[in-house]
Design a protein around this ligand. Structure first.
Ligand code: ADP
Length: 605
């Protein structure tokens, strides 16, 4: 497909494609797509390093192994990745590489993709990988954008695309408010199904900013959403997991034959092992239970703005007790005005054509022209429940927030339909959206990568992280988009760096900036809650207490569960024995821009 044909094709919809957009977002998605392709100058490049074969296996043996896999799964369900790397866009994303690559695009690429349709087929694939010592990398939807997308960490891994054929909602239980899903069920799809079944008035889902990711993929990577059920990992109950040696287990109550409690009691009996299957490479999740939220009987979004950067510390100190007491009920967002400007969807060049971070006076002048008006910080929250209950909570919040001089409550009735506020309103009510894509258009060929440190909800911590990020962004001439996502007792600072993925110098600056922020934050005691493939070794290295005792423990688990190290090697900085000592790790000291090691060790007997 040519560049223009790709741009002109219709956005795929549910249920035609498991990864499609629900009908209510079709027009919005079409506008989003047009904006993405308007800012696109990167064309398909000829492949440079074909064929892709994982290190440690001869090319011929690799192709013979693929033939054997084709016999097991049918040839049409095994695809070799030898075509140009098409980036697509959010709704038509690739499953072979990171469409927002921060390295050279030939670095984190799959050699082939395989599409299982059952848990048994996943087991077959895992056994096959062990037989031939081929690294495999599971994805559910492959939209983990900002953290590596669909890309495998080890170049030449065979991607196991679970979502394409394993995308059933196996159960929705309106009595218990739970569901059981396969890997290919997106937030869009689950919402759509509740609508179709007439259940949306009774039960809500919790969605991240963009609803195209899968419930399983997002949850195992410990993603968050914005209703009171925002901590997805905390809200799941029960996993079915294929282990790296091919056995299948059900965790918690799922281990009890004939149970009716798998989705209602997450612990079962004995060690609680679910945790080792999140942010790891210890198993492939083929089913997961998730809790759903009862309709709270009413809701109301609110937005406050604050004029100065220095308002951050007192504001965070006001937020903390309100959040811990659940007066502020959802994972709320405190956003900086620069990102609010970017979420207009317009490219930075519309506002500023110079180099270096966009000047603050331009940002404030533009903000003054917006419906929200000039500000530095914008707080988005939601109050739940019937009106009289909301009124009590909202009055309390209002009194507290107004302790900051210059605080303004924004009147939603004055905001146009297309204002970002309404996107936050939908998301906090569990209605998936696609609006959040807009700030990615800030740069041509817009891509993003995140720095996501965790801190307590304290003004001093917020200020420290804000200043650290601002200083280092300034050093690398990068616009700074800080957003604080306030959990129950902690907050994640999410800083998205937007870059042009067709500009090697810009990519290098972004990566250097990230690496410096990760190290400096760690020196001050802050660690990331989640990270991109390219930063995983570095971030894992910052969790180094007691001579790296936790990393050693993870390695012991890895070697016990996956003796040949075939499953997602390197994911979250965990390398199996066959990979250790071969220089696979990526960090600041690595100058070559590559992602591969010098080879791999022999089979572990
Ligand atoms: P999303 O579904 O949100 O698009 P991805 O499929 O991109 O998420 O997966 C996010 C991360 O979680 C990836 O690094 C991937 O390896 C891991 N992951 C996704 N699905 C599974 C799964 N079913 N089992 C184990 N790990 C998974």
């Amino acid at each position: 497909m040519s560049f223009s044909a790709e741009a002109a094709s219709e956005v795929p919809t549910l249920p035609e494609v498991h990864s499609g957009i629900p009908k209510y977002l079709f027009e919005k998605a079409t506008r989003a797509k047009n904006a993405v392709f308007d800012g696109r100058s990167k064309h398909l490049k000829e492949r440079q390093r074909l064929p892709v074969v994982p290190l440690g296996i001869e090319r011929e043996d690799f192709y013979n192994a693929l033939e054997e896999l084709k016999e097991k799964l049918d040839a049409e369900h095994v695809e070799v990745n030898d075509k140009p790397l098409r980036d697509g866009w959010y709704m038509e994303h690739p499953n072979t590489h990171d469409m927002m690559t921060i390295l050279d695009e030939e670095e984190f690429v799959a050699s082939a993709v395989v599409y299982p349709s059952t848990t048994e087929e996943v087991q077959e694939i895992v056994k096959w990988a062990n037989k031939f010592l081929i690294p495999i990398f599971p994805i559910s939807m492959g939209r983990n954008l900002g953290y590596g997308g669909a890309a495998p960490r080890v170049r030449g891994s065979v991607t196991v695309d679970l979502g394409k054929r394993m995308n059933k909602i196996l159960n929705i239980n309106p009595e218990d408010y739970t569901c059981l899903v396969e890997p290919g069920v997106s937030f869009y799809a689950l919402y759509d199904e509740l609508e179709k079944k007439g259940l949306r008035d009774y039960m809500w889902i919790d969605t991240p900013d963009l609803g195209g990711g899968s419930i399983i993929g997002n949850t195992v990577d410990r993603g968050v959403g914005y209703t009171p059920y925002g901590d997805h990992w905390a809200c799941h109950s029960g996993l079915e997991v294929v282990l790296p040696t091919g056995e299948v287990i059900r965790t918690a109550m799922g281990a009890l034959p004939g149970n009716n409690t798998w989705q209602v009691f997450p612990y079962g009996f004995g060690p609680y092992c679910d945790g080792i299957f999140s942010q790891s490479n210890f198993g492939i999740v083929t089913k997961m239970g998730m809790t759903l939220m009862p309709n709270p009987g009413g809701y109301e979004s609110f937005m406050y703005t604050f004029p100065n950067e220095q308002d951050l510390a007192p504001l965070i100190d006001i937020i903390r007790p309100l959040r811990i007491a659940s007066m502020l009920e959802n994972v709320a967002q405190l956003r900086h005005v620069t990102q609010s400007l970017a979420v207009s969807g317009l490219p930075r060049s519309k506002f500023f054509s110079g180099t270096g971070p966009i000047p603050e006076d331009i940002v404030h002048a533009e903000a003054s022209k917006s419906y929200v008006g000039d500000h530095t910080w914008a707080y988005y929250g939601m109050s739940y429940g019937p009106a009289h209950i909301r009124a009590h909570k909202l009055a309390l919040i209002d009194a507290e927030f107004h302790k900051i001089p210059g605080c303004r409550k924004i009147d939603p009735s004055k905001l146009p339909e297309d204002e970002y506020f309404w996107s936050r309103d939908r998301i906090a009510a569990g209605i998936p959206d696609i609006h959040e894509l807009r700030w990615v258009n800030w740069a041509p060929n817009g891509s993003h990568i995140a720095f996501s440190p965790v801190s307590p909800i304290r003004g001093t911590d917020a200020t420290q992280l804000f200043e650290l990020g601002k200083k280092i962004h300034g050093k690398y001439d990068i616009d700074f988009f800080p957003a604080f996502c306030v959990g129950l007792r902690e907050m994640h600072l999410i800083v998205e760096i937007v870059f042009d993925r067709d500009d090697p110098a810009e990519k290098k600056r972004a990566l250097d900036c990230l690496r410096e922020m990760v190290d400096e934050a760690a020196d001050k005691g802050y660690g990331e809650y989640r990270t991109h493939l390219v930063l995983m070794d570095q971030v894992a290295g910052t969790y180094s207490w007691n001579d790296g005792a936790l990393a050693k423990f993870n390695e012991r688990l890895k070697d016990a569960l996956d003796p040949n190290g075939i499953l997602a090697p390197g994911r979250c900085g965990i390398w199996g024995k066959r990979y250790r000592g071969f220089g696979w790790e990526m960090g600041r000291e690595r100058e070559d821009g590559g992602s591969e090691g010098r080879g791999v060790g022999p089979r572990v007997e």
